[in-house]
Write a protein that binds this ligand. Structure first.
Ligand code: HEM
Length: 368
């Protein structure tokens, strides 16, 4: 199951090798680079087209956003994006999404197992297609790079962690960790804009003053302090991975004069820390702004966790959030479905491994 894959992937030497390889290759295939920014921009265009098709009528943003975000991982992992109506792709994404929702609810372990088995079968089919057309001189994505490394090590007779199970485990982990998290954060962002129209006004005012109708780029971030603060505050309040990936010491221990209790730390305790945040339970972008409206970093902002095990995809996630969110706000005004007031938009999360917004629909009225 997916849980077993985490366990396989996340222990000892195997984890070290896989993490190092994943980081290097995610960078090679674009994480934090201009090429990746271009992919995100291209994907934004597809997403905007989908939103436009609803012609201002309310709709559930889940699927289109999941497809767009997932395509970024697909480009990096397999080397190409998929069309939103490709059944192979939609079932892959829908499955990952259902898997994530099911983790943490033991009563549905059986269906969870079935879903992840199908997910594995589908990936094995994709891998064998990539293997057939593999060109070691020109890796299309992460899977190619892994297959080439595996082949080279096998030819030289070296025993290594680069075996088929770890390839599957790593790809599943990149999908599981890289789609739902970012997509959920974006959906929280749009929901919060619909709920707080005055804050949406301020974001749109900043965007039209600083950017106008041209495409937002990562470089613009420094000139968009309010938008940046809104994205950070969305991540803080949405607190989408409240338990992080649960780690704990094997016993109570004192290390360099610090007492560490044998317990699982919660990110919630930092993101909602009453001694750190002026309004921990409210949506308050000013948490990240100084009195002159400049962006300020906050030490207690750690939605990606910290330390050696911290999120491997942080820079990719930040790139995605910083392109998708402002671009969507340049093109659309977001509001609640007809008959629903802003007050009635519910911010109670739906509980799963990640905290998703409860079911809701939004109107996206074209403004460009
Ligand atoms: C807003 C988006 C995201 C958030 C909030 C987030 C958050 C987290 C958190 C809290 C952890 C656990 C860290 C720990 O164990 O202490 C984690 C781990 C991880 N994340 Fe992310 N993540 C996001 C996006 C991504 C993306 C886009 C990728 C894909 C490249 C990714 C890949 C991973 C991986 C592979 C791990 C496991 C790292 C390891 O065990 O060494 N994440 N993430």
């Amino acid at each position: 199951t997916l849980t077993e894959h985490w366990v396989l992937w996340s222990n000892g030497d195997s984890w070290k090798d896989m993490r190092r390889f994943a980081l290097t290759n995610l960078r090679d295939f674009g994480m934090g680079k201009r090429a990746c920014e271009d992919k995100i921009v291209e994907e934004c265009d597809y997403l905007i087209e989908v939103f436009k098709k609803f012609k201002g009528k309310s709709f559930d943003t889940t699927q289109p956003i999941n497809y767009a975000v997932s395509n970024i991982i697909c480009s990096i992992v397999y080397g190409s994006r998929f069309e939103y109506d490709d059944p192979e792709f939609t079932s892959l994404v829908d499955r990952t999404n259902r898997n994530i929702q099911l983790v943490g609810s033991p009563s549905i372990q059986v269906s969870f197992h079935m879903l992840s088995t199908e997910f594995q079968q589908q990936n094995l089919r994709l891998f064998s297609r990539l293997k057939e057309s593999l060109n070691p001189q020109m890796c299309r994505g992460f899977v190619d790079a892994f297959l080439v490394r595996k082949q080279n090590l096998e030819e030289s007779g070296t025993n290594s962690h680069f075996h088929s199970e770890n390839l599957l485990a790593t790809v599943l982990n990149l999908f599981a960790a890289g789609t739902d998290t970012t997509a959920t954060t974006l959906r929280w962002g749009l929901l919060l804009m619909a709920k707080y129209p005055k804050i949406q006004d301020q974001v749109q005012e900043e965007l039209s003053r600083m950017i106008g109708s041209r495409q937002v780029q990562l470089e613009d971030r420094k000139n968009l302090p309010f938008t940046d603060a809104v994205i950070h505050e969305t991540q803080r309040l949405a607190n989408i991975v409240p338990m992080s990936l649960p780690h704990r010491t094997s016993q109570d221990i004192t290390f360099q004069h610090h007492f560490i209790k044998k317990c699982i730390p919660l990110l919630t305790s930092v993101l909602y820390d009453e001694s750190e945040w002026e309004k921990p339970y409210s949506f308050y972008p000013a948490h990240f702004l100084d009195k002159d409206g400049k962006f300020v970093k906050r030490d207690a902002f750690m939605p990606f966790s910290a330390g050696r095990r911290a999120c491997l995809g942080e820079s990719l996630a930040k790139m995605e959030l910083f392109i998708f969110f402002p671009t969507l706000l340049q093109h659309f005004r977001f509001s609640p479905a007809p008959g629903v007031s802003e007050d009635e938009l519910d911010l109670t999360p739906r509980v799963g491994f990640t905290l998703n917004p409860s079911h809701h629909e939004l109107c996206a009225v074209s403004c460009m």
